[in-house]
Design a binder for this molecule. Sequence first.
Ligand code: NAD
Length: 272
Amino acid sequence: MDQKLATLLEDTRRRQGPVVVLTGAGISAESGIPTFRGEEGYWVVGSRNYMPQEMATHSMFEQAPDEVWRWYLYRFGVCRDAQPNAGHAALVRLERALGDRFTLVTQNIDGLHRRAGSQRVYCIHGDAAWVRCAAECGVGLLDLPRFPPRTRDQPLTAEDRRQLTCPRCGGWLRPHVLWFDEYYDEEHYRLESALRAARGADLLLVVGTSGATNLPMQIGELVYMRGAALVDVNPEENPFAELAERSPRGHFARGSACERLPEIVAALGAEG
Ligand code: NAD
């Protein structure tokens, strides 16, 4: 490990302060779940290609709920078939070592942190395990019904539509995920809890996020302004890496989550 990173982690370990880990799609890439970049991200409706930023919106759901659900049911199937990797496992060890000094804030909806064994997790973009009423009729969170494996272009059947109908009001159920044209809140997405954790952090460890969304970037900037330690794990340059490189207590640990996290959590005191 780079000497500067080793010194930074040793210093953080001695201070025994709160540690916040912020993860994005990159930590699940080595589990086979595509990030939103690259070809896997595109979705074809009729003769047009859509980007995830267009599919994952409330306005698209209002126009074409069948298409939005078709996209999600395919993606949720990919998440369900994936297994947690060495990066997820390393964060479970870190949580066990730090106890209530540990908070995990994830943008991922794939449930892999939970399935790996992480408990102190804020899912700031929701979780694919649940659905809720699209009209907010008050039915609360329901388990995502179990659907058989699907191909990318499989249209919804009448049975799929029945399973995606709210049992209380008869309208559409929607995925319990934050869409690109919606706002963070505490009730569904733990906005205040995540910001509170960031305000108290002595170290922010960022893993596999491009910083394209609002709250994660706000968390990074808040930690940077407070002068807390900031480590970014990512194979590519990104805005968190820039922040980490500008920070006197920062480091850009270039590499994949599975390559870098085991040594980083070990240096923070988690047993191998
Ligand atoms: P992003 O797709 O914008 O960026 C992914 C980042 O991960 C990139 O910076 C990339 O360089 C990095 N990366 C790629 N492979 C990596 C690896 N092996 N180890 C570490 N880093 C790696 O993802 P984002 O910043 O999370 O934002 C995209 C949005 O899409 C979020 O809102 C998220 O909720 C959603 N999303 C979630 C999933 C999931 O649940 N697994 C997957 C795709 C997108």
